[in-house]
Design a protein around this ligand. Structure first.
Ligand code: HEC
Length: 101
Protein backbone atom coordinates (compact mmCIF):
# COMPACT_ATOMS: atom_id res chain seq x y z
CA UNK A 1 0.00 0.00 0.00
CA UNK A 2 2.76 2.39 0.96
CA UNK A 3 4.46 1.95 -2.39
CA UNK A 4 1.28 2.76 -4.29
CA UNK A 5 0.97 5.98 -2.32
CA UNK A 6 4.54 6.94 -3.18
CA UNK A 7 3.92 6.21 -6.83
CA UNK A 8 0.80 8.37 -6.95
CA UNK A 9 2.69 11.17 -5.26
CA UNK A 10 5.44 10.95 -7.87
CA UNK A 11 2.96 10.91 -10.74
CA UNK A 12 1.02 13.92 -9.49
CA UNK A 13 4.25 15.85 -8.91
CA UNK A 14 5.31 15.14 -12.47
CA UNK A 15 1.97 16.36 -13.80
CA UNK A 16 2.25 19.57 -11.83
CA UNK A 17 5.76 20.19 -13.07
CA UNK A 18 4.68 19.92 -16.69
CA UNK A 19 1.03 20.80 -17.24
CA UNK A 20 1.18 20.13 -20.99
CA UNK A 21 3.50 17.15 -20.92
CA UNK A 22 1.57 15.51 -23.77
CA UNK A 23 1.69 18.61 -25.93
CA UNK A 24 4.26 19.34 -28.61
CA UNK A 25 5.33 22.99 -28.40
CA UNK A 26 6.79 22.96 -31.91
CA UNK A 27 3.50 21.71 -33.39
CA UNK A 28 1.65 24.27 -31.24
CA UNK A 29 3.76 27.08 -32.68
CA UNK A 30 2.98 25.93 -36.20
CA UNK A 31 -0.72 25.71 -35.48
CA UNK A 32 -0.67 29.17 -33.91
CA UNK A 33 1.02 30.66 -36.97
CA UNK A 34 -1.02 28.78 -39.56
CA UNK A 35 -4.28 29.85 -37.94
CA UNK A 36 -3.07 33.41 -37.35
CA UNK A 37 -3.95 33.28 -33.70
CA UNK A 38 -2.30 36.64 -33.23
CA UNK A 39 -4.51 38.54 -35.64
CA UNK A 40 -6.94 39.83 -33.02
CA UNK A 41 -4.26 40.13 -30.37
CA UNK A 42 -2.25 42.41 -32.69
CA UNK A 43 -5.27 44.67 -33.08
CA UNK A 44 -5.54 44.84 -29.32
CA UNK A 45 -1.95 45.29 -28.18
CA UNK A 46 -0.01 46.07 -31.36
CA UNK A 47 3.44 44.74 -32.22
CA UNK A 48 3.47 41.02 -32.94
CA UNK A 49 0.55 40.54 -30.54
CA UNK A 50 2.56 38.64 -27.96
CA UNK A 51 2.03 41.33 -25.35
CA UNK A 52 -1.45 39.88 -24.88
CA UNK A 53 0.32 37.05 -23.00
CA UNK A 54 2.89 39.18 -21.16
CA UNK A 55 0.94 42.34 -20.25
CA UNK A 56 1.04 42.83 -16.48
CA UNK A 57 -2.70 42.26 -16.09
CA UNK A 58 -2.86 39.27 -18.44
CA UNK A 59 -5.66 36.88 -17.62
CA UNK A 60 -4.19 33.41 -17.69
CA UNK A 61 -2.77 32.36 -14.34
CA UNK A 62 -3.16 28.59 -14.44
CA UNK A 63 -2.96 25.72 -16.89
CA UNK A 64 -6.73 25.21 -16.74
CA UNK A 65 -7.33 28.89 -17.51
CA UNK A 66 -4.96 28.62 -20.43
CA UNK A 67 -6.91 25.68 -21.87
CA UNK A 68 -10.17 27.56 -21.36
CA UNK A 69 -8.86 30.66 -23.11
CA UNK A 70 -7.45 28.64 -26.01
CA UNK A 71 -10.88 27.08 -26.51
CA UNK A 72 -12.68 30.39 -26.11
CA UNK A 73 -10.51 32.10 -28.73
CA UNK A 74 -10.70 29.20 -31.15
CA UNK A 75 -14.46 29.08 -30.80
CA UNK A 76 -14.72 32.80 -31.52
CA UNK A 77 -12.45 32.47 -34.52
CA UNK A 78 -14.19 29.35 -35.85
CA UNK A 79 -11.00 27.31 -35.59
CA UNK A 80 -11.53 23.63 -34.90
CA UNK A 81 -9.23 22.19 -32.22
CA UNK A 82 -8.55 18.55 -31.52
CA UNK A 83 -7.58 17.56 -27.99
CA UNK A 84 -4.03 17.22 -29.27
CA UNK A 85 -4.05 20.72 -30.84
CA UNK A 86 -5.22 22.04 -27.50
CA UNK A 87 -2.31 20.40 -25.69
CA UNK A 88 0.17 21.52 -28.35
CA UNK A 89 -0.98 25.15 -28.11
CA UNK A 90 -0.85 24.92 -24.31
CA UNK A 91 2.69 23.55 -24.44
CA UNK A 92 3.79 26.26 -26.86
CA UNK A 93 2.26 29.21 -25.03
CA UNK A 94 3.32 27.90 -21.65
CA UNK A 95 6.89 27.28 -22.70
CA UNK A 96 7.24 30.60 -24.46
CA UNK A 97 5.27 32.95 -22.21
CA UNK A 98 3.54 31.66 -19.14
CA UNK A 99 5.86 29.11 -17.52
CA UNK A 100 2.97 27.80 -15.45
CA UNK A 101 3.76 24.87 -13.18
C1 HEC B 1 -11.37 36.59 -32.96
C2 HEC B 1 -10.24 37.23 -32.30
C3 HEC B 1 -9.21 36.29 -31.66
C4 HEC B 1 -8.54 35.27 -32.25
C5 HEC B 1 -8.54 34.83 -33.70
C6 HEC B 1 -7.73 34.68 -31.20
N1 HEC B 1 -7.89 35.34 -30.03
FE1 HEC B 1 -6.93 34.94 -28.27
N2 HEC B 1 -7.79 36.57 -27.44
C7 HEC B 1 -8.76 37.36 -28.02
C8 HEC B 1 -9.18 38.35 -27.08
C9 HEC B 1 -10.25 39.41 -27.31
C10 HEC B 1 -8.41 38.15 -25.91
C11 HEC B 1 -8.42 38.95 -24.61
C12 HEC B 1 -9.41 38.41 -23.65
C13 HEC B 1 -9.48 39.31 -22.45
O1 HEC B 1 -8.56 40.07 -22.14
O2 HEC B 1 -10.53 39.21 -21.81
C14 HEC B 1 -7.56 37.01 -26.17
C15 HEC B 1 -6.68 36.48 -25.25
C16 HEC B 1 -5.99 35.29 -25.41
C17 HEC B 1 -5.22 34.63 -24.39
C18 HEC B 1 -5.07 35.10 -22.95
C19 HEC B 1 -4.01 36.16 -22.78
C20 HEC B 1 -3.91 36.55 -21.32
O3 HEC B 1 -4.51 37.56 -20.95
O4 HEC B 1 -3.24 35.80 -20.55
C21 HEC B 1 -4.73 33.47 -24.93
C22 HEC B 1 -3.90 32.42 -24.23
C23 HEC B 1 -5.18 33.42 -26.30
N3 HEC B 1 -5.93 34.54 -26.56
C24 HEC B 1 -4.91 32.40 -27.17
C25 HEC B 1 -5.33 32.36 -28.49
C26 HEC B 1 -5.03 31.29 -29.40
C27 HEC B 1 -4.23 30.04 -29.06
C28 HEC B 1 -5.61 31.61 -30.59
C29 HEC B 1 -5.63 30.78 -31.87
C30 HEC B 1 -6.20 29.45 -31.78
C31 HEC B 1 -6.27 32.89 -30.40
N4 HEC B 1 -6.08 33.31 -29.12
C32 HEC B 1 -6.96 33.56 -31.40
C33 HEC B 1 -9.23 37.25 -29.31
C34 HEC B 1 -8.80 36.34 -30.25
Amino acid sequence: MKRVGMLLLLVSTAVQAAPFANGNAEAGKKFFEQNQCNRCHIQMVGGDGSEIFTRPDHKVRSASQLIKQINFCSGNAGIHLSAQDEQNLGAYLNQRYYQLK
